[in-house]
Ligand binder design. Structure first.
Ligand code: ZN
Length: 275
């Protein structure tokens, strides 16, 4: 049952309120009654890892995940190794701030065949799985909408992500479902159920798809202001066994220019009505 008054599963991504520094974000999320925070790495930079970790530990918010790792494919072995090393550092950061999960934007190299990109992504994640497991960190593959297949991710459907998870077969490797990237896929319900059976649904991101969209990256809409049936997808995800946080992740030049406290009030209302 989806509760319409309860905020105990509301989590906000720091990128959603990009103008707020981490301590301000923590205070503002607490003020609206949110329960969780997903931290983007840029939000850690000003205070550094240790001080950010201290603030998060005392925040009263659950740290849901760290965004983001990934960007694995590379034209040369040296490039691919660089990505592995960087992702090891990100795993250490997640452990330091008490984030149990890293969301992976898997990467794509313009001009590289997508199948090759996917192979390199699978190889890299499989290499990182034991390092992450030793530190109790899960890695969630987040498929991106196909409009990003050229340069951001060769993983564009939940089916492709499930295939990689299945092939690697490690308990700490799973998927992140973001309605913005996956709402159009006719196989979504089936693949959500498949991930549920595998116990690999690690996290769930919401926002909305504005029509017409003015910018491919930074024009995500508040829930209810676009065309995604978010509740339908949430119902599938929960029927598949997921009961974690509902994470609000909105990149929006328009909302970043607004008063962030007023924006958070709107997020709260939109969450209760549409997510
Ligand atoms: Zn996302």
């Amino acid at each position: 049952m989806i509760s319409t008054t309860n905020l105990s599963r509301l989590c906000i991504h720091t990128i959603t309120t990009k103008p707020l520094a981490l301590p301000e974000a923590i205070a503002a999320y607490r003020e609206i009654g949110a329960a969780g925070i997903t931290v983007w790495r840029d939000a850690l930079a000003p205070l550094g890892i240790a001080e950010s970790a201290r603030r998060l530990a005392g925040s009263g918010l659950r740290v849901v995940s760290l965004c983001r790792g990934g960007f694995f494919p590379g034209a040369s072995a040296a490039d691919r190794q660089k990505a592995i090393d960087e992702n090891r550092r990100i795993i250490d950061e997640a452990a330091a701030i008490g984030a149990p999960l890293i969301v992976l934007v898997c990467g794509a190299v313009p001009g590289m065949p997508l199948a090759e990109g996917r192979k390199q992504i699978g190889d890299a994640i499989s290499q990182l799985a034991p390092y992450a497991a030793e530190r109790n960190i899960k890695l969630g593959i987040e498929p991106l909408h196909p409009m990003y297949a050229g340069d951001r991710s060769a993983i564009n459907t939940l089916g492709q992500a499930n295939d990689i998870v299945e092939r690697i077969g490690a308990k700490n490797i799973g998927i992140t479902i973001d309605v913005y990237h996956l709402w159009w896929d006719e196989r979504l319900e089936t693949e959500v159920a498949r991930a549920g059976k595998a116990g690999s649904i690690f996290s769930f991101h919401v926002c909305d798809w504005r029509c017409p969209m003015r910018d491919l990256l930074n024009d995500r809409a508040l829930m209810g202001q676009g065309v995604i049936d978010i509740r339908q997808i949430r119902n599938w995800v929960e029927a598949a066994g997921f009961n974690g946080m509902i994470e609000v992740e909105i990149f929006s030049t328009e909302w970043w220019a607004a008063d962030q406290k007023k924006f958070l009030q709107k997020i709260k209302t939109a969450y209760l009505e549409h997510a």
